[in-house]
Design a protein. Structure first.
Length: 250
C-alpha cells in the first residue's frame, strides 16, 4: 500500500500473462515489468526490447537470458547451500553443490595457481566417488581393490596349499608362503618377466617335486637340499624358469 500523501513511482507494467512490451511502448532506457510473469524488460540504445531479469517461480531463482558470461571477481553463495549446474536432465554438465545448513566457517575451494596450459580434472563415471584430503586417514569398512602391477602380479602375501599339486602363480601374490604337510608337486604358472618369492616350511620333511627349473647355485644347475624353512626365488626369462634358494629363516 502506498504511503499516504505520496505519489508512488511505478514502472510501465502489466498483469497479463506472457505479455511483453514492444519497442513502441518504451523509450530508450525505460523499464517495464510483467507482474504476473515476474519479468523485467528494458529498451536498449538500439531500440530493441530486452529481457533484463526473470524470477523462475516461488523459489525466487533469478534466470538471466541465455549465453551469459559472468566476469570479474564474482561470488555466488547463500546461507543454506547452493547448486550450480545445467538446467535440464538431458544435458551433461557440472554441478557444484553446497551442503544445506552447514557452518559458514567452512568452504570448498577450487583455486588454481598460475596456469601454463589447459588442465582437465576427470571424475569417474557412474556412482564412483573421489575423496581427497591432506590429513592422515584411517580406512574403516572399506573395500580395497587388489593392486595389479604391470607385470601381471599382485603385491601381497598369499598362502599356498600344503600338499598335492601346488601352482607357482604370480597372480596369487608376489610373496607366497607354503607350510608343507605332505609331498607336494609344484607346477609352473609364470609368464616371461614374472617372478615370485616362496617362503617354504617343512621342505626337509617331505619329497618335493619341481617343474623344469634351471637352478642357480654354486654347484651349477642342481636342485637344492631343503631345510626346515627356506626362502626361494623363481623368475622366468622367455620360456626358461629359473630358481634359487636365497637363505634359510629357521
Amino acid at each position: 500500500m502506498a504511503q499516504s500523501g505520496f505519489t508512488p513511482i511505478q514502472l510501465y507494467r502489466t498483469t497479463t500473462a506472457s505479455a511483453q512490451p514492444t519497442s513502441g511502448n518504451l523509450a530508450d532506457g525505460e523499464l517495464a515489468i510483467n507482474l504476473n510473469d515476474e519479468k523485467l524488460y528494458f529498451k536498449n540504445a538500439g531500440g530493441t526490447v530486452k529481457l533484463l531479469a526473470s524470477s523462475a517461480g516461488a523459489a525466487g531463482d533469478v534466470v538471466a537470458a541465455s549465453n551469459n558470461a559472468f566476469t570479474g571477481a564474482n561470488t555466488f553463495y547463500n546461507a543454506t547451500g547452493q547448486t550450480f549446474g545445467t538446467g535440464t536432465s538431458t544435458q551433461d554438465g557440472i554441478i557444484v553443490a553446497g551442503r544445506a545448513g552447514g557452518s559458514s566457517s567452512y568452504r570448498v575451494t577450487f583455486q588454481p595457481g598460475t596456469l601454463t596450459a589447459s588442465r582437465t580434472l576427470t571424475a569417474p563415471d557412474a556412482t564412483t566417488t573421489i575423496v581427497g584430503t591432506d590429513a592422515t586417514q584411517t580406512l574403516t569398512n572399506k573395500t580395497a581393490e587388489t593392486l595389479t602391477l604391470n607385470k601381471g602380479y599382485t603385491e601381497q602375501v598369499f598362502a599356498l596349499g600344503t600338499t598335492g599339486s601346488i601352482a607357482l602363480n604370480p597372480t596369487s601374490g608376489s610373496i607366497q608362503t607354503c607350510a608343507l604337510t605332505g609331498n607336494p608337486t609344484f607346477t609352473d604358472s609364470l609368464s616371461a618377466g614374472q617372478s615370485i618369492v616362496l617362503m617354504l616350511t617343512n621342505g626337509a620333511s617331505y619329497t618335493v617335486g619341481w617343474p623344469t627349473i634351471t637352478w642357480v647355485t654354486s654347484a651349477g644347475n642342481v636342485a637344492p637340499t631343503l631345510t626346515a624353512a627356506d626362502t626361494l626365488v623363481f623368475w622366468k626369462v622367455s620360456t626358461t624358469l629359473y630358481g634359487a634358494v636365497v637363505g634359510s629363516y629357521a
